[in-house]
Design a protein around this ligand. Structure first.
Ligand code: ADP
Ligand code: MG
Length: 576
């Protein structure tokens, strides 16, 4: 073939491939345009995995009638004029590529009106060409509908994953927007069902609640402000305390100057800050805003703008790590307790009676029963069973801990963690023997499922049934629960949703899925902190722990037992 210039449609389809890889990328570009237009309310509606239609409605500035068609021209933008502007970009878009790229691979209708204009403008485009423009009534703001995405690019369609996967990407993306822009009310509807709604109150914790649920959001810790006024990089946001963690790094969101970025090195900086605070292979939740001087960061690295380059990446890395670490050490008693023995006293409320720590002692007064990874449990010298001595229950404190006496001093047992471990081992053994306890419901419960959870249910139904669920499909987006694993204390609908979330969370190895499943069942069956236990119940729990295979850590890796030895008691009271 002789060398020739490609015609414009081919050129725009090639270019579109870089910007619009999948339905979620179209959503990203449209929402970024709405944000650049100053919207405070953005509604996203997706049909058929985004391939049938994507509709984004905003209450932003709108486009004047005379410019509405121009927006579909390649490199047409209102956000940048000179090359120098590239050094100081504050808008999310600037390349003027999104609308033409989307229009090259779909059919687009744009209805827009600036609040000052009398009427709105409707522009229709397909295959990259504007096919019509007319005046039409419209509320202030912009509404864009993208239909039949990729229908003219069969090669692209072939590479798309399942509808559930594509929807997962869209939901993830809108969640990040909601976290990044707490002042904007986002609403995502998938096939007519609400998948996400953030309140837009400007409160980061409320945005986090919309994404992760109210319980998780309430536990998040605010990043402590850096005292130095002249810090080049400012880090703010919310992070999980060490007691809250995830199987993977998906819940780490990094926003650089208001832009969600995926950056392995900064993600690692966050994980590093939790070193020695989390159980092995667990990851934190973090919502971090990093303010970087404009001239220190290049956002024009990738057509999708999801990567940025820092002039001094090492400095940004340490700023992030330091901000997170100092927040954790300052705020979380668990952190101090695991980092060094002495600090535990204050965490448990013993501090008023404790003398100042004597650093020469190293360990402090309290001896922890070893963790899984410390001496003892895994050393092979003794089996775990023989390590836990026979204990006499003394009582309960704060309706959370069981106080017991053993051959060498005092033992504190976290009642929830302990019971969780006992149930976890029982469930695991029963399922292995094909004899899970099943508890039939008098009245079956109907549970509504998001597409992602529905997909998890479809692929894992057999596993769920081995664990004691009895499930029946109940039309699109819903399922009927007839039985739940025995001993389940929470509401069956909620239980199913949490179990499905656990299946989705983290790596998709079957063994790891089953571990999460058993751990979730155990968590929901176990007594809670705050439950009043009778002496007999406490004794039964302690007896069960004595015969447990791993009585020292709960399935999530938290400690179950803390030991205060006779020797350390004597030392504390000045008897030796
Ligand atoms: P860019 O965002 O890089 O400028 P786009 O192709 O995404 O390029 O959009 C082209 C132009 O269309 C934008 O610069 C903006 O002026 C206008 N525009 C697009 N979407 C909206 C919207 N939702 N509200 C107001 N103006 C918009
Ligand atoms: Mg744009």
């Amino acid at each position: 073939m002789p060398i020739h210039l490609l015609d414009t449609l081919v050129v725009s389809k090639i270019a579109a491939g870089e910007v619009v890889e999948r339905p979620a990328s179209a959503v990203k570009e449209l929402v970024e345009n709405s944000l650049d237009a100053g919207a405070t309310r953005i509604t996203i509606e997706v049909q058929g995995g985004g391939l049938q239609s994507i509709r984004v409605v905003d209450d932003g500035s709108g486009i004047p009638a005379g410019e509405a068609a121009l927006a579909f021209e390649r490199h047409a933008t209102s956000k940048l004029t000179s090359a120098d502007d590239l050094m100081s970009i504050t808008s999310l878009g600037f390349r003027g590529e999104a609308l033409p790229s989307i229009a090259a691979v779909s059919q687009v209708s744009l209805l827009t009106r600036p609040s000052s204009a009398q009427a709105g403008t409707l522009v229709e485009a397909r295959e990259g060409n504007v096919e019509g423009r007319k005046s039409q009534g419209s509320p202030p703001g912009t509404s864009i509908v993208v239909r039949r995405l990729f229908q003219n690019v069969p090669a692209r369609l072939k590479f798309l994953r399942s509808e559930a996967t594509e929807l997962g990407h869209i939901q993830d993306l809108v969640s990040r927007f909601a976290l990044c822009f707490p002042s904007v009310a986002f609403s995502l509807e998938i096939d007519g069902r609400k998948a996400l709604a953030s309140p837009g109150t400007g409160d980061g914790r409320e945005a986090a609640a919309a994404v992760y649920g109210a319980n998780v959001a309430a536990d998040l810790v605010e990043i402590a402000p850096d005292e130095a006024d002249d810090a080049t990089y400012r880090v703010s946001g919310l992070v999980s305390p060490p007691s809250l963690h995830r199987a993977n790094r998906n819940a780490i969101s990094l926003f650089v100057n208001g832009r969600w970025v995926q950056n392995r090195s900064l993600t690692f900086a966050v994980v590093e800050a939790y070193q020695n605070l989390l159980p092995e292979r667990r990851n934190p939740i973090a919502i971090l805003r990093i303010a970087v001087p404009l001239e220190e960061v290049d956002v024009n690295v990738h057509p999708t703008k999801r990567e940025v380059r820092f002039r001094r990446e090492g400095d940004v890395f340490s700023a992030v790590q330091k901000a997170v670490r100092s927040t954790l050490v300052g705020a979380a008693p668990v952190a101090a307790f695991r980092a060094q023995g002495q600090a535990f006293g204050s965490a448990a409320g013993l501090s008023p009676w404790r003398p100042p720590p004597r650093p020469s002692e190293g360990q402090g007064a309290l001896d922890l029963i070893p963790w899984r990874d410390n001496a003892g449990v895994d050393s092979g010298r003794e089996t775990p069973r023989s390590i836990l001595p026979v204990l006499r229950v003394v009582g309960q404190i704060q309706t959370t801990y069981i106080v017991a006496e053993g051959p060498d001093g005092m033992y504190l047992i976290d009642q929830h963690a302990g019971h969780e471990q006992v149930v976890y081992e029982r469930v695991r053994d029963q399922v292995a023997a094909g004899a899970a306890e099943r508890q039939g419901l008098l009245e079956p419960a109907v549970v509504e499922l998001t597409p992602a959870l529905e997909a998890a249910l479809k692929s894992q139904q057999e596993t769920l049934e081995r664990y004691g669920f009895d499930l029946e499909s109940f039309g699109e987006g819903a399922c009927l629960v007839r039985a739940v694993p025995g001993a389940f204390r929470s509401r069956p609908g909620q239980a199913l949703i949490e179990v499905l979330e656990a299946l989705l969370d983290g790596d998709q190895e079957q063994a790891s899925r089953e571990w999460r499943l058993a751990a979730t069942v155990a968590c929901h069956s176990a007594v809670r902190a705050g439950d009043v236990l009778s002496h007999q119940e406490m004794s039964e729990l302690v007896r069960s722990l004595e015969v447990a295979q791993e009585p020292y850590t709960c399935p999530h890796g938290r400690p179950i037992i803390i030991h205060l030895s006779t020797a350390s008691l004597e030392r504390e009271f000045g008897r030796r």
